[in-house]
Design a protein around this ligand. Structure first.
Ligand code: ADP
Ligand code: MG
Length: 499
């Protein structure tokens, strides 16, 4: 330091003596003793390094004013001289190519938002998933509350048969099902054996629970509202009736990170009425038995029963031969309550549910097709069920042997609309042309079929309020059944007395 000060001092003396200009310069780089130096020329050199971005800069001073020191320039090296105090302090020789900043700003403009978006997306997706899970859990909690208050230890399922379990629990609970934990335990002990139905709804399997056959309906995730609705209705409403499909359990599980929705019911080997009628023909007696059993199930759904063992009124909204099952004793039971609406006279409470699904187009009543149905009135929904019942009756009658004659199985309106009719196809036939399924002449030859023909025609009035009620149909068909039973007992009696 002392050496440097002496040198600066001596230069100053020389300067004043010879009148040669010396300047203070910024000094940075090899050979600098400090941040400044004194010389006749201040200079800056810059060398651009091979990465083309970094610059190696040297600032300092020359003790001469020789121009050749200040010349010489290559692609990657530059030098600049100047002649005033600290004139080399702020000189920049290389301007970094504009390309780099452009690339950088391009990266900033395009990549950064994407990165930010992704960073935000992950927690948002997680949040959304959590919300969905919690709303599911809430719905389930609602179902648990609806179902049963007394939570029973799952181990109590033990070695009971389904009949024991249902007898034990279903007379005490508010709904027609087992306590929720028992339902879950049963569901998880079921072994799936064979897929018996497949379609837009999901799948129906024959399963086994402790040696007994059960039906397991596995809902597709896009039809989860049907599972919610069916589970809710079975758990809240006392629906035990021989003509309503018997409910056993409902379960929601997570398998391979997807939710599986199960509904476990009694299993019937004959399958649906639709399946049954494809395979089998029936005699008039069996025809009437099928018809009576279905209307008994429908009446049980439609009526509100008051009292502790009561139930609200329910309209099915998707009655069809595929949603009716045939039991071994040739009685039918109504299945698939995924679209049902519930009504309580008390406070005129109407619960239409939250299911975006609509009924089956082929079975839609005219007021549904032309959209004049009064959706706020429970009566309207019952009237659409009666329309559909008339069509089911027609399907059964076609398969009834009369004087050795029988029709092959066909769905309603098979000869008027295409295979998978659209809403407009059905509307044209049912509302505009006001067509109805054809009634063969042979049906008038037999008392049962001519009565059933009369009934179905009264189910098909264009005006919903003109149609028969389910209760009226039940009474008419029961009277018909009784009169047949009586005449058969009389003829048996005559036969016996003749003997
Ligand atoms: P979806 O209306 O969603 O198609 P369903 O409950 O109507 O579902 O069942 C579809 C089909 O599965 C029925 O048409 C029938 O063939 C068969 N099936 C449903 N439940 C049972 C059951 N309990 N026993 C035997 N077969 C059944
Ligand atoms: Mg169905």
């Amino acid at each position: 330091m002392l050496q440097k000060n002496i040198w600066v001092l001596s230069l100053a003396i020389v300067t004043s003596a010879t009148n040669v200009n010396y300047y203070n310069c910024t000094c940075e780089g090899n050979g600098c003793w400090g941040k400044t130096c004194v010389g006749r020329t201040c200079f800056v050199t810059e060398e651009r390094l091979t990465n083309l971005r970094d610059i190696h800069r040297v600032q300092g001073c020359f003790n001469s004013q020789l121009i050749e020191h200040c010349s010489g320039r290559t692609e990657n090296t530059r030098i600049n001289c100047c002649y005033s105090d600290f004139c080399n302090a702020n000189i920049t020789l290389f301007i970094i190519e504009d390309k780099e900043p452009v690339v950088t700003s391009l990266v900033l403009v395009t990549v950064l938002p994407i990165v930010l978006f992704l960073i935000l997306l992950i927690p948002l997706t997680f949040l959304f998933w959590k919300l969905k899970q919690s709303s599911r859990k809430k719905s389930l909690a609602r179902l648990i509350d609806f179902g049963n208050a007394d939570i029973v230890n799952a181990s109590t399922v033990g070695d009971s048969t389904l009949g024991d379990l249902l007898d034990d629990y279903c007379t005490t609970g508010s709904g027609s099902g087992l306590p929720f934990l028992v339902q879950r335990t049963v569901a998880r002990q079921v072994t799936l054996l064979k897929c018996v139905g497949k379609g837009r709804y999901g799948e129906v399997w024959r399963g086994m629970w402790q040696g007994e056959n059960v039906a397991v309906k596995i809902f597709s995730s896009r039809d989860e509202q049907s599972w919610f609705r069916e589970t809710e209705i079975y758990n809240t409403v006392l629906l035990r009736h021989e003509n309503i499909l018997g409910f056993i359990a409902s379960d929601m599980t997570s398998r391979n990170s997807s939710t599986q929705l199960w509904l476990i019911t009694h299993y019937y080997d004959n399958g649906s009425l639709y399946d049954y009628l494809q395979r089998t023909t029936v005699d008039p007696e069996e025809c009437l038995q099928l018809a009576v059993s279905i209307i008994c199930g429908l009446v049980h759904l439609h009526v509100e029963i008051f009292g502790t063992q009561g139930k609200p009124a329910i309209a099915h909204r998707d009655l069809k031969s595929r949603n009716i099952l045939v039991k071994a004793n040739k009685q039918c039971c109504i299945a698939d309550l995924g679209l049902a609406v519930v009504h309580c006279q008390n406070g005129d409470y109407l619960d239409i549910g939250n299911n975006p699904r609509v009924g089956t187009k082929r079975y839609m009543a005219p007021e549904v097709l032309d959209e004049t149905i009064r959706t706020d009135s429970f009566e309207s929904y019952k009237q659409t069920d009666v329309w559909a019942y008339g069509l089911v009756l027609w399907e059964i009658c076609r398969r009834t042997i009369i004087n050795g004659m029988v029709e092959d199985y066909k769905p309603p309106f098979f000869d008027m609309v295409p295979h998978d009719p659209s809403f407009d196809d059905m509307k044209k036939v049912v509302c505009i042309d006001q067509q109805r399924p054809n009634i063969p002449n042979t049906w008038h030859l037999h008392k049962v079929l001519s009565e059933l023909t009369k009934t179905m025609r009264e189910c098909w009035f264009q005006s919903p309020s003109a149609r028969l009620t389910a209760l009226r149909i039940k009474k008419t068909l029961n009277n018909l059944k009784n009169s047949l039973d009586q005449s058969s007992t009389i003829s048996m009696h005559i036969l016996k007395t003749n003997d």
